[in-house]
Design a protein around this ligand. Sequence first.
Ligand code: ZN
Length: 328
Amino acid sequence: MKKVPISFRIDDPAPVYSTFYTHRANHLTDYGEPILEKFPNSFLFDFCDMIERNGMKGKFSIVPMVANQGDIINGLGDVPREEIDEWLDTVKKRVAPRFTICPEMLTHSMAIDIKTGKALDENENEWSQHQSRETLTPYIAKALSLLKEAGFDVFGVTSPWRFGFDVRDEYAISISDAVYEVCGKENAWFTLGGLPMPAAAKAWVEVERDGRCLVSIPSTTEDRTWQILTDGDMSEEAILKCADAYITEDGRDGDIIRVLENGGWPIMISHWQSMYTNGSSAGLRAIDIVGKRIKKNLSDRVEWMSFEEIMNMVIADKAAYPKPVFND
Ligand SMILES: [Zn+2]
């Protein structure tokens, strides 16, 4: 029997700076603790150990101008160059072989004027909703270019927040055009935030145009690690409860099992900040347990795939993956 793809989508990583810190005006968690502005590189090393231990594959974002602090090529805030390079090199060596790398637009904070680099007075989510392909294409192209210049093979994007949702037809064309322009690749993929997911979601062909193809890859589970970040309960009990929400110890319940039972593909999602869980790494530990449970219970049913592998699988048999109907 052919195995079902399973994949893990990580949103919001960037060298050192936390987008979560900039998203909260008071820089406090929901439970009132000061949010750490920076992630140590050791957290990335722990993440690499975890994905290697569990054989995980998926998608890993890099926000190239994270939190309007500069960019990954020319420098970020007061961070020593060696620290940025150590982060980027580690992603290249240990993450990129398993996880498809992409930008999550430029700043995941305030939109910028791409000519001057100056912040505009709207965040990227607000700004994107009233753009067209004329402005979206160069914006996305800049994000792809920065990652390409840093040495990453890129051909897709993750949408920060609900980026581009209100103009999604223009947005889809812009992604396909920007990938072709910057990377010379005919096939691209993206994730769109804000879509209601049908129970049996898989990936699908969003746009086919000029011999080029754009594949939409949704996440099909909630980010359950976010609950720990919201509650502030980092106990073993809370970590096990979080893991159970994805898949229980006996492999009989949880989001992943429900998606499989409905005939969909389990595409899990978590965020850099919810795995870091403000310094405790409680979310990362929950995901580690999830990885072990998947291996123990589902090895004969699912196969880990990167977003690149999912994109190629869909493009190899386009007719089998039509766009679902959304009632929105
Ligand atoms: Zn994000």
